[in-house]
Design a binder for this molecule. Structure first.
Ligand code: PHE
Length: 345
């Protein structure tokens, strides 16, 4: 038995492994329970008691030598396979590029956030609209020149019910849809895409985005309108912003106003953006016309309301100083990549 052990010790020590398979056969042959060394341990039981101690000792030495060899070969194989891959494992990882939100979406989300805190819900409506919801119910009389204020894309002239089908020219259609199905109090903002038949340039586009606001309840006054928009402007553009209302006209509001804020670029001193006036227009607004309330089945003697509408592009332009409207829809990655927000890389 002593000889066998010595032979095995020699074999183990001189073993070399080129591949993982070599190493595995080494393990099976010597170290595993059914391997050669395991077998010798079994045989130890038959050895006379007085010799057991001596054999046990050299057998243990063999076992340890085999295990040490296994570890040594394993380490060697592992490090050589790392070398072969040619990868520098110490390099920092390349971060995954995740997308970011479109600047118009960022602005829309911010607007929603501000008005939600004032108790406004978010409402939605169709972009393909009928004449009633886009014009007639909003107090635009037939053939009234006010319809020409907005160059409309018509889809179908005179459909089955006798009305035109068109791409909505403003989000005011959602005012009507809301008031038709919900009794006041109604307090909502309505963001969405609108379409106008205009030549595309840096300052105009055939589609853009608006957020309209509507608040109808008992005793809603012009002061409420003014304060709501003032609060919005301060939240959006900063505490030092000033607000100015100019008389205006919309068929669906009376009285109507256009809302200006101090120019953010020149801080009111006058620059190209504000055409040297120190003010930029951000919204149209007014008290909901009694005819509009009546058209939706709401009694104007009992309820009053205000409405306002603003272009998301315009707000975004002031926020990020973008001066060409076309950039928003060109999908140029160099432009879009600049609008990182928290949560995006
Ligand atoms: N709908 C108007 C427009 O598109 C904006 C507006 C909305 C004005 C609500 C007053 C009240 O020009």
């Amino acid at each position: 038995m002593e000889n066998t052990i010595e032979n095995l010790l020699h074999e183990v020590k001189s073993f070399s492994a080129k591949t993982k398979q070599d190493l595995e056969s080494f393990r099976l042959k010597y170290i595993s329970k059914k391997g050669a060394i395991g077998e010798l341990f079994e045989n130890l039981k038959q050895i006379p008691a007085d010799q057991k101690k001596q054999f046990g000792k050299i057998l243990n030495e063999l076992k340890q030598a085999a295990e040490a060899k296994f570890t040594e070969l394993n380490d060697k194989l592992q490090s050589s396979s790392e070398e072969k891959t040619n990868i520098d494992l110490t390099l920092p990882p390349v971060p995954n590029k995740v997308g970011n939100l479109h600047p118009l979406t960022l602005t829309k989300n911010r607007i929603i956030e501000i008005f939600e805190r004032l108790g406004f819900n978010v409402a939605d409506g169709p972009e393909i609209e009928d004449d009633w919801h886009n014009f007639s119910a909003l107090n635009f009389p037939d053939n009234h020149p006010a319809r020409e204020m907005q160059d409309t894309f018509f889809i179908e002239k005179k459909n089955a019910e006798g009305g035109d089908v068109l791409l909505r020219t403003h989000t005011s259609n959602v005012q009507i849809r809301l008031l038709e199905k919900q009794k006041p109090p109604v307090r909502a903002i309505m963001p969405g895409r609108v379409y106008r038949n205009e030549a595309i340039s840096a300052r105009a586009h055939c589609f853009f985005h608006q957020v309209e606001g509507l608040y109808v309840d008992r005793n809603v006054s012009f002061a409420d309108l003014k304060q709501t928009l003032f609060h919005f402007a301060k939240e959006m553009y900063g505490k030092d912003i000033k607000l100015r209302l100019r008389p205006s006209f919309f068929p669906f509001t009376e009285p109507s106003a256009e809302i200006d804020v101090t120019c953010l670029i020149c801080k009111g001193e006058g620059c190209v953006v504000c055409k040297r006036s120190g003010w930029v227009e951000i919204a149209g607004a007014g008290m909901v016309h009694p005819n509009v309330l009546r058209n939706c089945g709401v009694d104007p003697e009992e309820f009053t309301g205000f409405a306002f509408g603003m272009g998301i592009e315009r707000v975004t332009q002031l926020r990020y100083q973008v001066n060409d409207l076309r950039l928003y829809s060109e999908n140029d990655i160099r432009f879009l990549r600049q609008f990182h927000t928290e949560g995006t890389a």
